[in-house]
Design a protein around this ligand. Structure first.
Ligand code: ATP
Length: 353
């Protein structure tokens, strides 16, 4: 199948009995884009990927490749490549034969098979391992074979389901860069499933953040990171402070909330009115110790190398959850100390609760 300009998911829905695994997914993927499907376990990421691949029939909705409807086509007619977390290599075939397998199935001329296989092996830097069996390779090397095997067929779309989750932390970082490099050099359109927000932020052109089968937000890494659309997305994106507060004043999209007896300003995300219960979200790195501000008692200090993670219980009751912040390691702060906190201007986001 030739390449496409756009792949359009239109209300893609999949139920298992009464359970809504995926509900009304609308998404347009442009040729060459790297899309990450991101969300906690069970949110429907793999279901979405399997619907795209043709491994799961849709309960409702449609998938379009330009003007052609493809959700009724079997997987092999879609021309997509797949990479899974468990590699799924043939254990009795060498690296070279694993990668050549799909080309041979297509009955291409022998010379073509040899040339394209060699190129793919070089691309993932496994030339010196070409005649080994998968069992003789490290996890990262096996995953590179799986990637080469999926891309050698020049698929119009590559689908990856948590391909790095079985690798150790260092290898995971290296493979991130490598997949991104391959994506760019081959111009591959990629849909990548992960529950790791850092992985998604660092690799993808756009993120699709999901929760309970539904899309919460679609945006660039920067949009999702700095302006999460709901407090659930904020929670998932590392806004460790989600404080239930009351809105007092509004001025445009600026809203004043009362935090431990001190009025502080945030920006309203969604419909918020004075008197409403709200959730104020802020990252630990955007809360600072200062001479003046919201007063509280340091409860926990955790050494984390470059930083210390600190939890402060605010004075005056009313706010049960401690406020979490990060301070530089050089800055001395101890449990039992009385402190005051400020929030970096512009970094407090206020959501309807
Ligand atoms: P994980 O990261 O844990 O793989 P996920 O986001 O990929 O999670 P899915 O595997 O898409 O989530 O599952 C979404 C929901 O659908 C879950 O509640 C799951 O239990 C349910 N589900 C998935 N596959 C089936 C199935 N074959 N039969 C019944 N329910 C299923």
């Amino acid at each position: 199948m030739s390449g496409f300009d756009q792949l359009r998911l239109d209300g893609v829905t999949r139920r298992f009995g009464a359970a809504d695994a995926l509900v009304g997914l609308d998404l347009t993927i442009e040729r060459g884009e790297f899309i990450a499907l991101l969300g906690p376990s069970g949110c429907g990421k793999s279901t979405a990927l399997n619907c795209l691949a043709g491994l799961l029939p849709l309960t409702a909705g449609a998938i379009w490749q330009d003007d052609q409807r493809i959700d009724t086509l079997p997987p092999e007619k879609r021309g997509f490549g797949m990479v899974f977390q468990n590699y799924a290599l043939f254990p009795h075939l060498t690296v070279r034969d694993n990668i050549a397998f799909g080309l041979r199935m297509r009955h291409l001329p022998k010379d073509d098979v040899r040339r394209r296989t060699t190129e793919a092996i070089e691309m993932v830097q496994l030339i010196e391992h070409a005649s080994k069996l998968p069992g003789q390779l490290s996890g990262g090397q096996q995953q590179r074979v799986a990637i080469a095997r999926a891309t050698v067929l020049e698929p119009t779309l590559v689908l990856m389901d948590e391909p790095l989750s079985n690798l150790d932390a260092k290898l995971r970082l290296e493979m991130r860069t490598e997949i991104r490099r391959l994506h760019q050099s081959l111009g591959l359109t990629t849909v990548y499933v992960t529950h790791d927000q850092e992985e998604a932020l660092s690799m993808a052109d756009r993120l699709v953040v999901m929760r309970q089968g539904k899309v919460q937000q679609i945006g660039t890494p920067e949009e999702v990171h700095t302006k999460p659309s709901t407090w659930h997305v904020a929670d998932f994106m590392g806004y460790r402070n989600l404080l239930p507060l009351k809105a007092s004043q509004m001025n445009g999209d600026q809203v004043t909330v009362d935090l431990g007896g001190t009025a502080i300003r945030g920006s309203a995300q969604g419909a918020v009115a004075p008197g409403d219960d709200v959730i104020a979200a802020v990252r630990p790195e955007d809360v600072k110790l200062s001479d003046q501000g919201v007063k509280g008692l340091v409860e926990v200090v955790e050494y984390q190398g470059r930083e210390r993670a600190v939890e402060v219980v605010l004075d005056g009751g009313g706010q049960d959850d401690p406020v979490r912040l990060h301070v530089r390691t050089e800055q001395r702060v101890e449990a039992g100390e009385q402190v005051a906190l400020t929030v970096t201007p512009g970094r407090l986001l206020v959501y309807p609760s």
